[in-house]
Design a binder for this molecule. Sequence first.
Ligand code: FAQ
Length: 324
Amino acid sequence: MYAQLVKSEAAEETEQDRAFQERIDRKEKIEPKDWMPEGYRKTLIRQIGQHAHSEIVGQLPEGNWITRAPTLERKAILLAKVQDEAGHGLYLYCAAETLGISRDEMTEMLLDGRMKYSSIFNYPTLTWADMGAVGWLVDGAAIMNQVPLQRTSYGPYARAMVRICKEESFHQRQGFDIMMKMAQGTTAQKKMAQDALDRFWFPSLMMFGPSDKDSVHSAQSMAWKIKMNTNDELRQKFVDQTVPQAEYLGLTVPDPDLRWNEETGHYDFTEPDWSEFMDVIKGNGPCNADRIEARKKAWDDGAWVREGLMAHAEKRRAARVAAQ
Ligand code: FAQ
């Protein structure tokens, strides 16, 4: 009897899974109260949570330069950009919360190493030109990944992406504008721009994740339309778009094997050093410890605000109950 019950439950689940996949294939949006397979929910929490953490941790390398921006105008622009990243983190945490996890839980998982953030933010920003390289390359890579995510199957994630992408385009342009000024400046400024490109090129290519043959999640995430393209597809698109921009700037992409391939209609390029990537995502990059320490400090310093808000909410709830 029990075996029969289990069998029929399993069959029912399979039917539900199939109906769910049909909805995905029809490009219907899945909304928070809809039934979804547990794996779909978990994958979304992992990806959206990682994305949210990246936006928040991503403020740190640029925040480093707000007080040292070369002009008042550059400072105002950088300040606005960094604030935008905080906003992106908030939309994304809210999108993840619709899947039944709280922001507090996600933060705890970031701080104890159970959740990741993008590898790119573990590299230091050493000069003002790095603000140009981050905007141009890092936001450029982020847009390449995020524009297709506007069509992702989970409604709250797709909608958050629409606004994020608009803002990221502005970020990318401001980065390119900084690079242009530096590249057209004095010999020392041009050298600084080249040095920033040299340091950020390969880490930017790593942002798209491991090569397709090593990507454990791509196949299932693409079937569920949580990911719209493979890691290698997006990396190639990024290279094809960015190389002509580097040429326009008069800078050299630090890859001696980079060349246009007439046959494929794409650039051939050298893959990043995947052992360095694995090392960085395991926590051993140049700034991993600093980044987590800064997030931990912000979380601990903010405890009194969270406690105050909870106490206020409780007071209001008690007052409402008393008035009933
Ligand atoms: N860094 O099987 P896959 C931004 C992990 S936003 C760290 O290919 P998946 C805005 C991956 O989690 C940048 N870890 O994984 C900004 C998995 O480990 P797990 C963030 C990485 O998920 C700009 C393992 O490797 N954007 O920059 C990375 O299918 C300027 C196997 O990999 C997003 O998060 C990496 N680069 O594909 C802010 C976009 N790559 O979880 C401030 C949404 C892979 O099993 C300033 N995310 N891993 O332990 C995605 O599209 C995907 O999650 C990928 C990875 C493409 C990142």
